[in-house]
Design a protein around this ligand. Sequence first.
Ligand code: ADP
Ligand code: MG
Length: 501
Amino acid sequence: MPNLNDPRIPVLLFGLTTGIALSAVVQYLYQTYQTQKTITEAQSEVPQDELDSIAPSTAAEATIDRIRKEFYIPAARLQNMLKAFVKDMQRGLKQDGAIMKMIPSYVTRRASGSETGTYLALDLGGTNFRVCQVTLEGAGKVRTKQRKFVVSQELQKGTGTALFDFLAECVEKFLEESGIGKDTRMHLGFTFSFPVMQQAVNKGVLMSWTKGFTASNVVNEDVVSLLQAAFKRKNMNIKVAALVNDTVGTLASHAYVDPATVAGIILGTGTNAAYVEKIDQIPKWKGARPASGEMIVNMEWGNWGADRIPLPSTHYDNKLDRHSPNTGQQLYEKMISGMYLGEITRYVLLDLIATGELLRGQEVPELKKQYSFDTANMSRIERDYTKDLSDTRLLLEELYGITTSTLADREIVKHVCQFVGTRAARLAAVGIAGIVTKINKLDGCTIAIDGSVYEHYQHFGNRVRDALRELLGMCSDSIVLAQARDGSGQGAALIAALAES
Ligand code: ADP
Ligand code: MG
């Protein structure tokens, strides 16, 4: 029997209780750790419906808000950009070497609708190369037949000779299929949508490649001679009668249908515009004064902002530009057109993963591939109206094998698309407002717009309209934005017909 009066007893008891308490604490901590561990381990196998129930948290909302601010252009800023834009148009009309090249197209009259005959038209400068046969039936009627060909990356980046031989070969195939002998004499309109210093309606020198093309020995050459030489190598009896920018073709062919048309705009792989200018507003024009007193001007507006001042570039834009083959050029185009919108979005998503704000920071190796996120995906995501954004989930899985996206993640992705897409439309509106302001057509006119971004990105048109209203007020209501389809091919044929007559 221990002596209860032993002075060591309290010490012993204290030690015992502390020990028990401590072990309880340790056990509790251990259990908590175990539970936590299983939660973490199970995370990757969390059923989809549980992932879906993780709704946007305050953190996600903060992320969305931050990106919104990065891409938002307030009305006052739009107004300033509009003023700068009109000034840059005037600079380009005054002298060569300006940021917007404002190239006289040598197209000085519009078709009357009475032109007839069968013409060929080629369209190079976008995702597809097209060969069209255009039959002008008179009375404003046109019949067309066309075939698309893919210009491979090798051809885009190989030698000029290989590229032009390929074009001639496609025409040869097309004629064969159409039952037209390859030695039939035909006139052709060549839509070539790159910056060309036009020297006649059928002569023009390539100033620089854009949209990823880099084929050798073409810059500083007359592209009509290069194409004509390729036909000659194949003993084909084709005369290249007109060299046309797609914007000029779009304008010309829409004016055939709607005489109020004053501009042709492309919102596709790239972006550009042409409009009808009074000849005395073009101080750099040294040629004869056209009877019409007008000239269609190819603006090459994609290069606007190359001095970086007026554009609201973010660090995502700068990164895209640094990694592009034409760094420092086409900065406006790089914020607007189909080739680039998906790429900007991709950079934003990568950034959000790196900061842990998206996909809990899980790396997605496939997303690191340049240009792996096509702009068409943005419109698909923006059209996802399902409650749990299941179409977006499917798309992320299809494209990048992402199976662990939460609803919050998908909300973020959708918003990023919305912000990048909205900024693009608002910027395009600055250009449109610029043209209308410059030629003083605020009382009403038609703008013909071609290209998949405008045609298929469901929200794009409305966003352009909204911004036009912010820029021009009520006047914007009298500006008709008309969808033009494949106008460039028809336009080239029309211009070839005019050139011949
Ligand atoms: P191009 O300009 O080459 O003549 P398009 O007018 O078809 O050809 O434009 C192609 C561009 O449009 C591509 O960059 C593509 O990403 C984009 N695009 C295609 N479909 C859509 C869509 N549904 N929404 C947004 N962009 C699209
Ligand atoms: Mg096109």
